[in-house]
Design a protein around this ligand. Structure first.
Ligand SMILES: [Zn+2]
Ligand SMILES: [Zn+2]
Length: 663
């Protein structure tokens, strides 16, 4: 073979043909990672095909091979090709997303890569637990598929505390007996230390943990342990779906509805859906697990596309925590102000810390006050670069933009009218913390959000202090919503259930229900029992009512009917186009033109076009943003048309991003 077809990490499709120099003949294979000159730059290229003939004159040679041992398997090429088509990227961009950065550098530059300390995981138990009848049935139907070597997707739906992890562990043990490998995807490694610890304890040296802090040579050695077959169980976040395992038997996607499975950059893939595709290619089994499955997955399970297995009981028949909803409108009338804590929540916190039990409080907003305005003229202090109000941070004594990190000293007088009546509104975790200190002076209180855990090791330290019982009240954002399993937590308080509900997003009800259910699941994980108190200004909302009774099915029935009525996913696929630019008028004009071009190109009228309209945050980092939403029965109706239209309709100064199945 004298020539190689090569794709690169650029938004141009290719492939481009290069000649193979004599010195590399026989070394270069389909799947090799090479160095080529492109334009006048050296870039990393991926060999996707070889040939003997080439019609192009003046062909450039391949400059070198990055690593002789690094070779992409045919399955990986097929998978990345699918990703590039489905998620609208070039093949080279999709392959690039599948390989860790350090492996794409030549060995010279690799050495300079930073080394990082291992995450320390809390100890886990290695004991194999006895399954209850529910768990046993679930495991049996999963292992049967494995023995028959057929690709099947299982949706493991189980209430929090029903023992999903033990089913995963025993399914993996079965895969291991068959001589196959498993991949376990978790939303974020550092937020689920206890789950990871259980896997490590059970499978010891057979396991490889891939996480974002793994850099440099550690990342390379883990990659090698996986591709050599030494590590047969791989646990990691989103990108672990690309782990170079051979003989794949199982992929587990834990908390499959999680938004962190979606990659924010090109290619904007969803690791859950990539996992299903990869398993289909390798004839492997997939387990999607959750207490609150996404509407898409549950719908697929109800319609027989996936196999539904349910765990309806908690282990040891432990009761689900009691959930109380407090109507904050009544509290406001009674207190004649906007209270942070309802009387009920305050009394229960008091009682629990008196009895030396532990409390978790949840609020999904960081900072102290979430906006500042002038009482005289109404002026709201906003970010100069984004169309959002600035949040006051008490720790830093600064006003901060949560989108671009712009910050400033809080002004003493109104920048608009010079009045000295600036008022701080809204509620963040910092304010809840300071109010807790005031109300419960003797209690040990800790806060966990991205501000409080910026310093390395803080996160792990707080968790282990909490585990040892040295913290009475833990207040935090969604960082504490999932995965934590602390038996002494008997009370969980949700300071405001309404934060997600008010977002302009068709998934807001689903998000709210999921979050409340996950948070509630932190309470009552032992015989001490548990109670959850949810504060809300819209207590009658069905997502909040369903969370009260832990009733996924009722929530699902209500929500799926709404989705059907409004023709929203899972009844269609959406593609979101975002146009960005510094001149608002040009962004608008480009959006309008793009809409017209799509309309014209869509001859069979399969696509419904919504917009253009300004994005919910209409200006970010100095760029104006407009959206167009496209929907159709399948994403494959949309992407080929986009390909034609976007290539033809480029406007200078305008950046267009395409997001298929957006979050
Ligand atoms: Zn003013
Ligand atoms: Zn900003």
């Amino acid at each position: 073979m004298k020539f190689a077809d090569i794709v690169i990490n650029r938004p141009i499709e290719g492939p481009f043909t290069y000649s193979i120099p004599e010195s590399l003949e026989g070394t270069i294979k389909t799947g090799s990672v090479v160095e080529v000159s492109f334009g006048n730059k050296m870039v990393t290229g991926y060999v996707v095909g070889l040939s003997d003939k080439c019609d192009i004159e003046r062909i450039k040679p391949i400059s070198g091979i990055i690593d002789k041992n690094l070779n992409l398997e045919p399955e990986m090429l097929e998978l990345t090709k699918w990703i590039s088509k489905y998620y609208y990227s070039s093949w080279g961009e999709a392959i690039s997303a599948a390989i860790p950065g350090v492996l794409k550098k030549s060995s010279k530059t690799r050495k300079s890569a930073r080394e990082e300390k291992e995450i320390e995981f809390i100890d886990g138990s290695s004991e194999r637990l006895t399954l209850n009848p529910d768990q046993k049935d679930a495991l049996d139907s999963i292992t049967r598929s494995m023995d028959e070597k057929i690709h099947r997707v299982f949706l493991l739906h189980g209430v929090t505390g029903s023992g999903k992890t033990e089913v995963y562990l025993q399914a993996i043990a079965h895969v291991l007996e068959l001589g196959l490998s498993s991949i376990i995807l978790v939303p974020e490694i550092s937020l689920t230390p206890q789950t990871v610890a259980r896997f490590k304890a059970r499978f010891k040296e057979k396991i490889a943990v891939l996480h974002s802090r793994l850099l440099g040579s550690r990342r390379i050695s883990e990659w090698n342990r996986i591709s050599s077959g030494e590590a047969q169980i791989i646990i990691g976040a989103r990108s672990a779906v690309f782990a170079p395992v051979k003989k794949l038997g199982l992929i587990v996607v834990d908390e499959e509805y999680e938004t962190s499975y979606k990659q924010e950059d090109v290619p904007r893939y969803n690791a859950r859906d990539v996992a299903i595709k990869r398993a289909e290619i390798s004839k492997a089994v997939v387990i999607l697990g959750s207490a609150t499955p996404s509407l898409e997955s549950f719908y697929a399970a109800k319609n027989g596309k996936y196999t539904l297995v349910e765990l309806s009981e908690r282990i040891d028949s432990r009761l689900l925590p009691t959930v109380d909803i407090v109507d904050m409108r009544e509290e406001m009338t009674r207190a004649k102000k906007v209270p942070i804590f309802s009387q009920k929540l305050r009394e229960w916190i008091e009682k629990d810390i008196r009895e030396k039990k532990q409390v978790i409080l949840f609020l999904n907003r960081r900072g102290f006050s979430t906006f500042v305005n002038c009482r005289k003229c109404g002026y709201v202090i906003k970010c100069k670069r984004c169309s959002v109000s600035l949040t006051y941070h008490f720790d830093k004594k600064k006003l901060v933009c949560h989108h671009c990190n712009f910050n400033m000293e809080p002004p003493q007088i109104c920048p608009e009218c010079n009045a000295a009546y600036l008022k701080y509104w809204g509620l963040g975790t910092e304010k809840v913390e300071s109010e807790l200190y005031r109300l419960f002076p003797g209690a040990v209180i800790a806060r966990m959000d991205t501000d409080a855990t910026q310093k390395r090791g803080t996160h792990d330290r707080v968790l282990s202090k909490f585990k040892d019982g040295n913290i009475d009240i833990l207040i935090g954002t969604q960082m504490i919503a999932k995965g934590l399993d602390f038996p002494k937590v008997t009370l969980v308080g949700v300071i405001s259930a309404d934060t997600a509900l008010n977002l302009p997003d068709y998934r807001s009800a689903e998000r709210t229900f999921n979050l409340l259910t996950q948070v509630a699941g932190r309470a009552g994980r032992s015989d001490l029992g548990g109670r959850v108190i949810i504060q809300s200004y819209t207590p009658q909302h069905y997502s909040i009512q369903a969370a009260k009774t832990h009733d996924y099915n009722t929530f699902y029935d209500k929500e799926i009917n709404l989705r059907k009525e409004l023709n929203l996913p899972p009844f269609c696929h959406m593609v979101s186009l975002t146009l960005r630019g510094r001149k608002e008028e040009r962004v608008f004009n480009a959006s309008d033109n793009l809409r017209a071009a799509i309309e014209k190109e869509d001859k069979s009228k399969n696509i419904e076009i919504l917009g253009p309209a300004p994005s919910p945050i209409s200006k970010m980092k100095g760029m104006y943003r407009w959206n167009i939403f496209l929907r159709s029965e399948s994403a494959e109706n949309i992407t080929p048309i986009l390909k034609k239209v976007l290539d033809k309709n480029k406007s200078s100064g305008i950046i267009v991003t395409v997001d298929v199945d957006p979050n």
